[in-house]
Every structure is written in C-alpha cells, then in structure tokens.
Design a protein around this ligand. Structure first.
Ligand SMILES: [Zn+2]
Length: 558
C-alpha cells in the first residue's frame, strides 16, 4: 500500500482497494510532482475508511488527530467519491499538497450517475491508449459516477469472430474492468434488432423508420430472424461474461428499428416483442442484472405520440423485465413522460446529448462547454429523473460530462457552481473568474459546421457573427500565464484554450483557416489520438482533410 494514505482500522477491517490509493497518488503527482521517500510531496495523514449510516454512496470528511484527515465512505463507493471531493478541495503547488477546508457529509441524490463512452470512428475512446481511457474513467468516478456503459456496435463487423470484432471486445472488456475496479456498475448498450455487416439479406429490417439506419438490422417478424437475433446476443453475452455486466441498455433507434407492417410502430410493437426476449436472456444469464429500456427518438420525426401511448398501454401492468426507462432526444426532453408520467411507473433516466450539437466534426474545434444549455435541460427533468447517461463522444465534452455528474449528485446545484469547482480543481483556484467569463463567451459563440464546405476548406460558423472572441482568448491567455506548467500542458487546459484561439482566429479571418488554425487543429488531433479517426470526430486540419477518405452516406446534407 502506498505510504500516502492509511486505512482506518477501527472503522472497518475490510480492504480499501489498492486502486484507491493509486488514483489518489496519481492525481496528486500530476500536479505536485512525484512522491519520493524522505523528500518530495508531503501530504498530511489521510485515512480512508468505511462506516455505514452516512447514506448510500455518500461520504464524510472530518479531522482526526494531529494533521490527520479522515475520508469515510458509507460504502466503498462513498469512500472513492469522498476522495474526489477532498482532491478537488485541495490546493496544489510544486512539491506541495495543501488540503482544503471543506469538512462535512455529502450523499448523492440520483441513483444512476452514468458515463456512456462512444467507442467508434477511431475517436478517443476507440483509439487512445487503453491506459489513458482507464484513467479517464477513474477521473469521472471521482466526480461521483457509478455506472459505465459501452456499445459493441455490430454493424462494423462480419460476425463476432471477425478479428476486428475480437479486438474491440478485448478493448471494451478492459474498459469495463477498469470501471468495475473503480466500483462502477458496468453495462452493455445494444440495439434490439442489431445486425452484423454480413447479416442475411432476406432477414433484414425495413429501414424506412425515418431515423438513421445502417441497413443491416434484422426484422424480428421474419421467420428465423428472432432466433438469429437471440443467438447473436448469446454470443455477445458470452464474450462479455468474464466482466459480468450489471446491466443491459436496450435501444430502439438511431440506428435500428424496423418499419415493416408487422413491426411498426416499432417502439411499442416489434421492439417490445424482441426486446423482452433479449432482456430475459440477459437476466437469466447475469444474476441480478438490470435492464434499461431506451425510448430514444420515440415518435420522432412524426410528432405523434403513437409509440409513447403504445408503450403506456403495453406497460399498463408494469413489466417485470424492465428496471429503468431511458428517455431523451437531441434537444429538449420528450414531453410525453413529463406530462403523463413514465409508462409502467418505471423510474426514468435521461441521455443528454453533450457532444455533437452544432459542432461538426464533433469536438473538431476543441472543448464545447455548454453549461447554460444543460442547466436548462436539467431543470426540465431534475424532479422526475433518477439520473442518466450523458452521450460522451470524446474528451472534448469533459466539462459537460462533469457538470451532469455534479447535477446528478445534487439536483439543485447550479451548473455554474459545479463549473467553478471544475476550474478550480483542473486549472487553478487563481483563474476561476477569468475562465468562467471565457466559457460564457465560448458558449455564446458555440457552433461550427465544416462539413458543408469541406471541399472549399472553409469553415461555416454558427452563429455567423461571433462576438467577443478576442476577449475570451485574452482572458484565457492571461490565465495561461498564471498557471503552473503541468496545468498549462494538460489536455483539459489545451482543448479549452485552443477552442478560444480557433474562435478568434476564424472570426477575424472570415472563417478561413490560417496557419495558426492549422497548428491548433493538428495539436487537437494529437491530443485526441485522432490521426486515423474518421472525419466526424477528426479536427479538420488540411493534413487530415487530405488523408480522410471516409464519409458515411447517411450524413450527407446541404
Ligand atoms: Zn419488421
């Protein structure tokens, strides 16, 4: 056990995982330099322990004797979250770790505080060294996350034994294990009628659902297709059995669904028929496994309530195969469950889209902090939601992910307050006001679509007239000079700084990229490990444009 922390023997004899101490050490060393015996950083005596009675997953931080600080969790998770709070409250100097003054008790309000990592298109979570992604999961857990979700997206592969599929399974298992080690529940996202790239053509679904569709999904109403779907789920569950998934998240659309006469309306017909069988298979396979039934894009784009009303009828008697209902959309939360309550009286969780909105490529211009937007969305659902899973496509949305994590922890805590804590911890207590002002400007100026003009190489900005871009850049440049080197070089700072730089540079040059823009876009490419990424998740530098050959048909629009 590293010497920086000790375990509180009189409180609990059980084990605090060594991982906790390692994470604590890593976070301090990132800022203060290495621990060395006899020299270097001298933290106070920090005691970790577990004592029931605080409140599920909560923690208490208190003074012990003679410079000792005790971080006591209600359970192991609570202890980890308490460590996060203690780390965020501290001050960091070269060779010096100074604990903050916060003492007290904190207990999370929402039960599901999720992370969904999209692992595709060679984005960060798909392509960065797996150790970095594991650390990132731990970092988010320090903010209170307790569920981790990934998707093995079958349409990329020709069956589960495709070498590329095996490679992805190995990576996803690694990430899920990292989540488990940090104490999170881990789960698999699946489309209810998912198909591989080589699915039998005669069993394929009718793709005219009005939503995105890969064209390889299966129609469970065709003879033999349901059996194939279930067989492929058994294979997938086998492939992930060693991590023993805690939950399954079943999805209807985007992509997926079937518009044939026997299946439609998919959300309250074919989807439920095949979904129930998949859910029961999962619950049989993994004891105490839970099922989250997604209603994503229900009734879009038709502006009816057919699927929601159908689901309400189907769940008039509450289903025994669903534990949570997931609802959300690209923008505002769907009205139906807010007005009528969740079908089946199920607890409802959200799935806020924190990554793609008005930014193509996603994250292509750096960080996308949107605290005002997400505060508004959260206000609509915070009283009914049991938590949720923000859609995280890359580390560029880190601030948005953390803000949601903080709001799930404490539903009435303003996003702006959580943002202060983020800036203070990740950057420095000395730059909070300046960075807050800069983020407000970045949010007002949010919006790029390079996709429309990729042949001319001109960036299209939305809004057309960005304002105060120079002020945002100057605020961050000024902060940059005051930050310690380790923070100035950190990816969390660089992606924010480069976003301000790109906003200003593009705005002053009629949206034409300058050499300075090219440098910034190349640096973002390195930070995201996006050299081989597909264009939707790759910063649009000249070099990347020239080498990018991939453009999915379904994304063309003018
Ligand atoms: Zn069908």
């Amino acid at each position: 056990m590293p010497e920086i922390v000790k375990i509180c023997p009189e409180i609990r004899e059980g084990d605090i995982p060594e991982l906790y101490c390692n994470v604590f050490r890593r976070k301090v060393e990132e800022r203060c330099g290495p621990f060395m015996s006899g020299r270097g950083v001298h933290p106070p005596v920090i005691t970790l322990g577990v004592q029931a009675g605080i409140g599920a997953e909560g923690f208490r931080i208190e003074d012990g004797g003679e410079g000792e600080v005790r971080i006591i969790g209600n359970d192991l998770r609570g202890c980890f979250y308490g460590m996060g709070k203690f780390l965020r409250d501290a001050r960091y100097e070269e060779g010096r770790f100074i604990p903050g003054k916060w003492r007290g008790t904190s207990v999370p309000e929402k039960k599901v505080r999720g992370i969904y990592l999209a692992t595709h298109f060679h984005n960060y979570f798909h392509h960065a060294p797996v150790e970095k992604v594991k650390e990132y999961i731990e970092d988010l857990a320090l903010w209170g996350a307790n569920h981790l979700l990934v998707w093995f997206d079958r349409h990329h592969y020709r069956g589960i034994n495709d070498p590329a599929a095996r490679e992805m399974i190995v990576r996803l298992r690694e990430l899920l294990k990292a989540g488990k080690n940090a104490g999170l529940n881990v789960g698999l996202a699946v489309l209810a009628n998912e198909g591989y790239a080589d699915s039998p053509e005669e069993l394929r679904a009718d793709g005219a659902t009005g939503r995105a569709h890969y064209g390889v999904e299966l129609c469970p109403s065709k003879p033999g297709a349901a059996a194939l779907i279930l067989r492929e789920f058994e294979e997938e569950f086998d492939a992930f059995s060693e991590v023993h998934p805690d939950f399954l998240s079943l999805w209807p659309y985007d992509q997926g669904g079937c518009a044939c006469p026997e299946c439609k309306p998919w959300g309250c017909n074919g989807y439920l028929r095949i979904g129930e069988q998949v859910a029961r298979l999962f619950k049989k396979r993994f004891s105490s496994g839970q099922v989250i039934l997604s209603t994503w894009l229900f009734d879009c784009p038709y502006k009816t309530n057919d699927e929601w009303e159908g689901l309400s009828r189907a769940f008039a008697k509450p289903p025994d195969w669903v534990d949570y209902l997931l609802a959300d959309s690209h923008d505002n939360f769907p009205k139906y469950p807010l007005v009528h309550g969740a079908p089946g009286g199920l607890p409802i969780i959200n799935f806020p889209e924190i990554s793609m909105w008005k930014m193509t490529p996603w994250g292509g211009f750096g960080a996308n902090p949107l605290p005002v937007r997400f505060q508004g969305f959260w206000n609509e659902v915070k009283s009914v939601s049991a938590g949720g899973f923000p859609y995280l496509e890359g580390i560029f949305a880190d601030i948005n992910q953390v803000l949601y994590g903080a709001m799930y922890w404490s539903k009435d805590r303003p996003a702006s307050d959580a943002l202060r804590e983020y800036i203070s911890f990740e950057y420095s207590q000395d730059v909070v006001e300046d960075v807050l002002k800069a983020v407000a400007i970045l949010e007002r100026n949010h919006g790029y679509s390079w996709l429309h003009d990729r042949r001319t190489g001109k960036v299209r900005g939305l809004p057309k007239n960005r304002t105060a871009t120079g002020e945002a850049l100057s605020l961050l440049s000024d902060a940059d000079r005051r930050l310690p080197d380790c923070v100035r070089r950190s990816w969390r700072w660089r992606i924010l700084y480069l976003r301000a730089l790109l906003d200003d540079e593009l705005s002053r040059n009629q949206e034409v990229k300058t050499d300075r823009c090219e440098e910034a876009l190349e640096e973002l490419t390195r930070i995201y490990y996006a050299g081989k990424a597909e264009f939707l998740v790759q910063p649009p530098s000249r070099k990347n444009i020239e080498s990018s050959g991939y453009e999915p048909k379904w994304f063309h629009r003018e």
